[in-house]
Ligand binder design. Structure first.
Ligand code: PLP
Length: 413
């Protein structure tokens, strides 16, 4: 079954012989409690000796478990944990695998709320250094004796910087550091971070994987590459399991069970439905983003265009080598920031909204919205100018998008 193509795997990978009434889709299990005929089985689920059992929905349901298996298979990992949001998954990783006195090295170019979490980690005594991770040397130079983990995003939002994913993977392997890669923007349809040595992969399921903008969710996947028996922060309770499983087990117990950012069965089902068309959507959105990027790059009202599918992008070669497409994320600058409001209001198709990876094209001015709270200094360090707009290309017909931009840009000249 491992030899199957990506989409075949998604739509056939979770067939269950003997399903009730022959149901083709995974049922939505709404039970919070799970009862047993024999109390020994209830005890076994609590003690982990009865595999695959459920006891209380905060720790997972058959529906969320089915989605976890799907994500694990897409990421070619050894296990996944689903969360109620991507941020719940990211926080669970940091808060359960880092301790006071530890040091985290992160790319400077990360999702705004992740950057905000770094502030919280600092209040808890965890040091965080952010560097320009497009250079593996910059990451190497930041490493200290108490460094435990390196965190990057595959394509940074909104500036589309791509870290030296392979170089950092080699560095983490050499230094024995956990390498956490946020794959949200690329999704496993374009890139599998295990290929560059990632230890853990984070996905906001809300974005590309669900694709419909109708459910929130997140996932953490262990690639099986990291030997957690060498990692100092695993609690004694979890040292008993296989070295590859200890990290995820601790995240499941301390992060999901105790912190409680659980995914509901209804949302898990909705995300699993969206995931079936993942590869189709991502290919179409990437084509649309590239067509728009080319159109914008040649337009007199436009300053810089940030899109890894353009030859002009600083990490174009990495994108070509590692990714199956350059994704739906595209940012650009108007030459005249003072024309921003008129231009965006003149657009008819794109929805003026935050959010990413939807079937509909979404557009948002970056500085006054998602990076407003970050302040001018952080914006400057991340290369975010006042005239920057972020676009999440949808699955519309490219000609319609280009025609709409063409008419609206007349107001930006
Ligand atoms: C949206 C996003 C997240 C957070 O996901 P939510 O599901 O909204 O909590 C994390 N990382 C990246 C790169 C994102 O775009």
């Amino acid at each position: 079954m491992d030899k199957q193509g990506f989409t075949t795997g998604i739509v056939h990978g979770d067939r269950q012989p003997g399903a009730e009434h022959g149901g083709v889709r995974q049922p939505i299990h709404t039970s919070v409690q799970y009862g047993f005929e024999r109390v020994e089985d209830l005890i076994g689920v609590f003690q982990g000796t009865k595999k695959g059992g459920f006891n209380y929905a905060r720790q997972g349901t058959p529906t969320t478990a089915a989605l976890e298996r799907k994500i694990t298979s897409l990421e070619q990992g050894v296990g996944s944990i689903c969360f109620g949001t991507g941020m719940a998954g990211i926080c669970a990783v940091f808060l359960t695998l880092l301790r006071a006195g530890d040091h985290l090295v992160s790319s400077r170019y990360v999702f705004g709320n992740t950057n905000s979490v770094f502030g919280t980690l600092r209040t808890l005594g965890i040091e965080v250094t952010t560097v320009d991770a497009t250079s593996a040397d910059a990451v190497a130079n930041a490493i200290k004796p108490n460094t435990r983990m390196v965190f990057v995003e595959t394509i940074a939002n909104p500036g589309t910087q791509i870290p030296d994913l392979e170089g950092i993977g080699a560095l983490c392997r050499e230094r024995g550091l956990a390498y956490v890669v946020d794959n949200t923007i690329t999704s496993p349809a374009l890139f599998v971070p295990k290929a560059v040595g990632a230890s853990l992969v984070v996905n906001s399921l809300t974005k590309t994987i669900a694709g419909h903008g109708a459910a929130l969710g997140g996932a953490v996947t262990d690639t099986g590459l990291f030997d957690w028996s060498t990692y100092p922060n695993i609690a004694d309770d979890y040292r008993g399991s296989a070295p590859k499983e200890q990290g995820l087990l601790q995240v499941r117990k301390k992060g999901l069970r105790d912190m409680g950012g659980s995914l509901s069965s209804e949302q898990a089902h909705s995300i699993a439905m969206g995931a079936e068309t993942l590869a189709l959507r991502v290919a179409r959105c990437s084509d649309n983003a590239l067509a728009l990027a080319r159109f914008l790059e040649g337009h007199e009202a436009i300053g810089r265009v940030f899109y890894p599918g353009l030859e002009s992008h600083p990490q174009y070669a990495i994108a070509q080598k590692l990714f199956k497409g350059a994704s739906w994320l595209l940012s650009f600058e108007l030459r005249r920031a003072d024309r921003m409001i008129d231009f965006v209001n003149a657009l008819k198709l794109p929805i003026k909204a935050t959010g990413l990876g939807d079937t509909r094209t979404l557009i948002i001015p970056v500085a006054p919205t998602i990076f407003h709270e970050a302040g001018p200094e952080v914006r400057k360090s991340m290369g975010i100018s006042d005239g920057m707009l972020r676009l999440s290309a949808g699955i519309e017909d490219a000609e319609d998008l280009i025609a709409d931009f063409d008419q609206a840009l007349k107001l930006a000249l």
